[in-house]
Design a binder for this molecule. Sequence first.
Ligand code: UD1
Ligand code: UDP
Length: 366
Amino acid sequence: PQLAIVLGTRPEIVKLAPIIRECRDRDVPHIVVHTGQHYSPQLTEVFFDELELPPPDHALGVGSATHGEQTGSMIAGIEEVLLEADPETVLVQGDTNTTLAATIAASKLDAELGHVEAGLRSDDRGMPEEVNRIICDHTADRLFAPTPAAAENLRAEGVPSDRISVTGNTVVDALQRHRGLAADRTAVLDDLGVEPGEYGLLTLHRAENVDDPDRFADLLTGVGRVAREYEMDVVYPAHPRARKKLEDLRVPNAVEVVEPLDYLEFLRLESDASVILTDSGGVQEEACVLGVPCVTLRENTERPETIAAGANRLGGVTPTGIFETAREMVGTDAEWENPFGDGDAAARILDAAAATDADGADDSAA
Ligand code: UD1
Ligand code: UDP
């Protein structure tokens, strides 16, 4: 095949789906390799269904383990597939252990490596994601930066300009395709007993936030205060990592913990929320594109474009910080511009990936 697309987690499925679809539309020979980093049906199968993707060509079924063990098994599995399939280009997305494993496997083979969503930086090496993205960015042959700022981060670290293309983020491609369908999912609001514009939406799953019980408790306390101030319910579709830790914590009454939602239901809930509170990368972007004010429950973000736009603020990880930041954001008019492109990122990425020499890189695209 011309392309091997490697994915393994929920956000990679969402953000690579537009590229897989574009490959199908253009008849680009390709294979999709699923590492199995995520395996619960609610984190993987439902996304293949809703995003109308065929099942992966190779499913490695790696599952959960320590970073080293998980990454190591994925490297071995991906290498085996790549040796057999001999693709011209391997595409990876984002900053997960799946991204890291495919980066290492591809870097020792003939294939070119392309990194989708390159150049993001939180400048926090304590996050496994930051380490993963730095290794990938400095290994890949082609870097698809979603924004000019991400491209600038790469150049500042010495990555040659001719490897970098500014493409927009495929999160916008996915939103444009599915937003209309999500609008029909009214039942999710009824099921949860919430009214449009009168509830908050919460996601928390980052290791540094949920693995430490004191920190997780502080975050929930802050969210509980926001809910009381605005007399609103807060819906929390909890990632399995967080769900396990929640068993030992006191969850404020106004916070309704539910199972992870499928993509269309989640988009619907995002669109109609009065505020989104999150530590997710993709959710910060989606809130910005959908015009919903966002408070990021972290001390830093690798999506500073959302803050510059006025769509997002860092609430930090203390109850007071979260409460005060939410008071600044709730009720904000969504008059900001979407910094993540026009929904043609997948097409630009395939154009750039198909260019066989460095002349294909183009900084002026988005
Ligand atoms: C991973 C990514 C993170 C990304 C997130 C998307 C890394 C280092 N982290 O975090 O950047 O934001 O995916 O959601 O790659 N589990 C299940 N079912 C599953 C998968 C996981 O129950 O299908 C539970 C297991 O207890 C597992 C834990 O969640 O140990 C963590 O899973 P893991 O894949 O290691 O990291 P995520 O927290 O999902
Ligand atoms: N998402 C979803 N259902 C949920 C929570 C998130 O469909 O219950 C989607 C969301 O729309 C976004 C992606 O999952 O596209 C974000 O994934 P996640 O927060 O797990 O990872 P991150 O972006 O932080 O790496």
